[in-house]
Design a protein around this ligand. Sequence first.
Ligand code: F6P
Length: 545
Amino acid sequence: MFQLTRSVTWQALQRLYRETENDRIRDYFAADPKRFEKMSLRVGGLFLDYSKHQISDTVLAKLLELADHSALVQRRAQMFSGDIINVTEDRPVLHTALRNVSDQPVYHADGKDVMPEIHRSWEQIHRFSDAVRNGEWTGHSGQRIRDVVNIGIGGSDLGPNMACRALLNQRHPELNFHFVSNVDGTHIQKVLKGLDPATTLFIVSTKTFSTQETLLNARTARRWFLENAGDDADIGAHFVAASTNRKAATEFGIREENIFEFWAWVGGRYSMWSSIGLPIALAIGFDGFMDMLRGAHEMDRHFLEAPNAENMPVLMALIGIWYINFVGAETHAIVPYDQALNQLPSFLQQLDMESNGKSVDIFGHPVNYKTGPIVWGQTGSNGQHAFFQLLHQGTRYVPIDFIASLKPEPGFEEHHFALLTNMLAQANAFMEGSQTGSRLDPYSCPGNRPSSTLLLDELTPRNLGALIALYEHKVFVQGVIWNINSFDQWGVELGKRIAGEISERIDTNVTDFDPSTQGLLHLLRDRFGDGEADDTSTAESSRNP
Ligand code: F6P
C-alpha cells in the first residue's frame, strides 16, 4: 500500500528541510531579485504574494512534485463531477455546483443533473429577497420587515454571518441583520431585546433541522413572537427555513412555500452558496448574491484549469503542507487587515479544522503525519496589540496569511493608508527581524517568520466569493495530499451524543460517567435536577463546600 511518508518526494522534502532550516528568507531575495515577481500571482480581483516564505526555489519545485504525484487531478475531477468522494457519508461533494453560473449541467452520482433544482432555488431566493427588500413581504400586521434574525450554528451561521459583515457597506439601508448561534440564552436574549416582533423575520438555518442549539433558539424565538405579537396563524409571515429536512421544518410551523431547500451533497461548512446564504441575498440583493457566486465560480475555473505552479489554491495548500509536515508549525494565523473581515478567521476555522482535523485516511488507517493545523486569528491592526508580541519574539513558528483590500472606504483614505502600511510593515518586520550586533539582544526580534499577503482590489461580493472558494480549494488540496476525507465530521457527533445522555439523565444515577463528570453533574443537579442526590460524598461536599 502507498505510504505518503515513504514516498521519494516526501523524503526529499524532509532532506530539503534539514538543508534549508537555517536559511534566511531575506537571502532568497538577495539571491534572486526577481523573487517577488516569480512568487506572486493574480487571479481575477485577488493578488497573492507568497515570496516571504522560507521556501527556496528547490523546495517549491519539490512541493509541486508532491502535488503532481498526488491524486489531486483525479479527486478534483471526481468532486466537480459529482462522484461520491465523501465516502463515510456516501455522498458527493457538490458545493461547486451551487455557484455554477455556466450553462453546463452537473451530474450527481445518481446520474441526475442537479442544476435545474439549483436554478429553482435561485428563483425562490430571488423572489423572496426582492419581496422583503422592497416591502412586498410584510409581517402579520402589514408592516415591512426591518430586522432579519438568522438562527443557526456552524456552517449555518459562520458563512452568512461572515459575508453579511464583510459586505455591510453594501447592505440594504433599512434592513438590520442579527445572527443567533450559541445555545447560551444570553445570545438570543440580547438579540431579541429591542426588536419589534411585527417587523422581525426569522430564518431558521439548519441543514438537518436537528441541531440542539438551533432548535432551542428557534423555539425560544417562536415563543417570543407568540407572546409579544401574533398567534400560530402569523408564524408563516415571520419564520422561514433553510434546510434539507422539509418534514421537520413543516412540523416546526414553517409554510411549505417558505422552506428554502438545499441538499445532502452540500456540506454545512460549504453551504453559504446555497439557501443558507439567504441572509446575504437579503442584505446585498439577489444580484449581489449572484456576483458572489460568480466570483467563486471564477476561482473554481482557475482551480480546474491552471497548472499547479500557477494555481493559487494549490500553491497555498503546498505552502501550508511545508510548514505543517516539514517545518513543524502547529498553527496557522489568519490576520485580515480589514475590520469588515473580522468574522473571516472564525469562518476559516470551521472550514479548515472541521474539514482536515482528521487522523485516519480515506481507508480508515491511522495517518503517521500531521494533518489540519490549528487555524486562528484576529483583524489587524488590533492583533499588533494582542498577539504579535509572541509572533515577533516568542518561541513558536506561526505562518501568517495577511489579507486586505486595496480600495478604501470613501472619506477614510487616511485610515486605510495607515492600515495597509501597518500590514506591510508587520510582514516586513516578521521577515527581517531586528538583529543588532553579533548576538540577539533582549530587545531584538529574530525575524525569518513567514507570511503570505493576499490583496483584494476591493471588498466586493465577487472578490469575497473568490476568496472563500480559494480557501475551500486550498483545504481540499491539503486533504487530497493527506489522503483524508475533508467532508465528514464524525468527531462533532460524539459530543452531541454525550450531551444528550447527560441532559436526559441529570436526575438519575450517573455513575457510568467518569468521577469528574459525576462530581460536576452533582453541582448541576443542585441547580437543575430534582435535588435528590445519590449517596456519593461529592454531592454532600458540593452542597456544603
Ligand atoms: O459542527 C457540526 C455541524 O454538523 C456542522 O458541520 C454544521 O455546519 C453545524 O453542525 C450545523 O448543522 P445544521 O446545519 O444541520 O444545524
